[in-house]
Design a protein around this ligand. Structure first.
Ligand SMILES: Cc1ncc(COP(=O)(O)O)c(C=O)c1O
Length: 489
């Protein structure tokens, strides 16, 4: 190999690149099944096999490739594996991977319009495509961030600015004139909302959780009472975060009614549709965004259920000027002749440098088309519903929440166990199934106790994988109950 002090000559790059593309193609075509979906290494195993210091002289990339196989791959939990059904199943699809590759090659920083006009304009255009696909209002301005956590943080920072408390200039610390601020969200919302509150200086007490109803949706009467109660104590209500597709059960908060409460109380409404937003690209699931047109900000993650490799989060707002007011700070070295007449995406958040994320999104949207995306989402929902029906038919299992999309919460039933023993049994069941290496499931806690979750979102997952998951579950229940397994023919 030519010695270029690390950087590769074109021919060497081509050779290495071809090998890696071949590997990726095989991995996506099914080779991922050769690995246990949940990594089986123990803590420290990977680090123990890595040297303490970086190499002094550049190393041979063939050797590196071998180490990738021998040292790194065993420590990979394969999110792109068809048996990955934990958390939210996702897919880094072929088109998305190609977009990511080209984006790395270009290595542009889209901080300003002029630092790559295409980065800004492709971002605004793909987000407009998505907005139209979701039938969100025309005045929703959309841009990309890395994750829903950051999108929600930015949205609540904008809500803080919109409250007119001069926090941008004066900050919050040491001010007697500043009331305590409160954000409301259901007790089923994602932890990123509470984290945003603590990051923004509201404190965890600044995030008031509202109880849920029998289907894990925010109880709006309780929300109304909490707002009144806070006002009576001199606390200033600031924003409500509604969730469309909660993390545990994918329940959908009644956003329309919550929007009325927000309007009545002059509160910012942020909607977190990180997972379920994608479903609304299908006309039959658009109901899940009912009321979202009234939101002040709205997030959903193409890296969750739109086949775009992580990371990619779409943040929309009807008040882009408030985001700019909250965040824009332009030193001389970042001014350009066109400043003010173009969108400079650095003005809408904290970060300056921005990856060209829109390229992979564009690749995916064009390669799949709206119909392709809809078909895949339907298929995932069908697989999940089929699994839910099976659970409902099994005397040894029970479903623990409604299944609006592609996530099923359930548990094994055992006679004669108290609540704690039943939780322990189900956690052991989870560990046993995951140890198979064939599927990876996760868990949560619901009103009745620990629930296991099957979450379908990988393009390669088939009915046969669901069937295998069922077998693994029944076999593990038999094992844990000391029941001999029937002979397999
Ligand atoms: C409803 C919801 N919101 C936010 C998040 C956080 O997403 P991210 O990892 O993009 O920050 C999740 C993650 O699962 C989620 O389920």
């Amino acid at each position: 190999m030519t010695d270029t002090k690390g950087h590769l000559e074109a021919e060497d790059f081509r050779q290495q690149g071809h090998r890696i593309i071949d590997w990726v193609a095989d991995y996506l075509a099914g080779d991922s099944r050769r690995y246990p979906v949940l990594s089986q290494v123990a803590p420290g195993d990977v680090a123990d096999r890595l040297p303490d210091d970086m190499p002094v002289r550049g190393e041979d990339l063939d050797l590196m490739w071998r180490d990738f196989q021998d040292v790194v791959l065993p420590g990979i939990t394969h999110w792109n594996h068809p048996g990955f059904m934990a958390y939210f199943g996702i897919t880094g699809s072929g088109p998305g991977i190609l977009g990511e590759l080209v984006s790395a090659a270009l290595n542009v920083n889209g901080m300003l319009w002029r630092t790559s006009p295409s980065a800004t304009e492709l971002e605004l255009t793909t987000l407009q495509w998505l907005r139209r696909g979701l039938e969100l209002p025309e005045d929703f301005f959309g841009f990309l961030t890395d994750t829903a956590s950051i999108s929600s943080l930015l949205a609540l920072a904008a809500a803080r600015d919109a409250a007119g408390l001069d926090i941008r200039r004066r900050g919050m610390a040491g001010r007697d004139d500043l009331p305590r601020l409160r954000v409301y969200t259901s007790d089923q919302s994602h932890s990123s909302i509470a984290k945003a509150c603590l990051t923004l200086g509201f404190g965890l007490e600044g995030c008031r959780t509202i109880p849920h109803d029998s289907e894990y949706r925010m109880d709006v009467d309780a929300l109304r009472r909490a707002i009144e109660d806070d006002r009576s104590q001199g606390i200033r209500p600031l924003a409500v975060v509604a969730t469309v597709g909660t993390t545990s059960t994918t329940s959908v908060d009644p956003v329309g009614v919550i929007a009325d409460v927000c309007q009545h109380n002059d509160l910012w409404l942020h909607v977190d549709a990180a997972y379920a937003g994608s479903a609304a690209l299908c006309p039959e699931y658009r109901w899940c965004l009912d009321g979202c047109s009234e939101a002040d900000s709205f997030v959903f993650n193409p890296h969750k259920w739109l086949f775009v490799p992580i990371d990619c989060s779409a943040l929309y707002t009807r008040h882009p000027e408030i985001f700019r007011r909250a965040f824009s700070l332009v030193p001389e070295y970042l001014t350009t002749p066109e400043s003010g007449s173009v969108v400079d995406l650095m003005d809408y958040g904290v970060q300056l440098g921005r990856r060209f994320r829109a390229l992979k999104l564009w690749w995916v949207m064009r390669a799949f088309g709206l119909n392709g995306i809809q078909e895949r989402i339907h298929h995932h929902i069908e697989l999940a519903q089929e699994f839910a029906r099976w659970i409902d038919d099994q005397p040894g299992f029970e479903r623990m929440a409604p299944v609006p999309f592609s996530v099923v919460c359930f548990r094994a039933r055992r006679e004669g166990l108290d609540a704690e023993e039943l939780d322990t049994f189900n956690l052991r069941l989870l560990e046993q199934v995951n140890a198979s290496g064939e599927v990876y499931l996760s868990h949560t806690r619901l009103d009745d106790g620990i629930a296991l979750r099957v979450a379908i979102g990988n393009l390669a997952t088939t009915s046969a994988d669901i069937l295998r998951c069922r077998e693994l579950l029944t076999d593990a229940v038999d094992d844990l109950s000391g029941k001999p397994r029937p002979e397999k023919r």
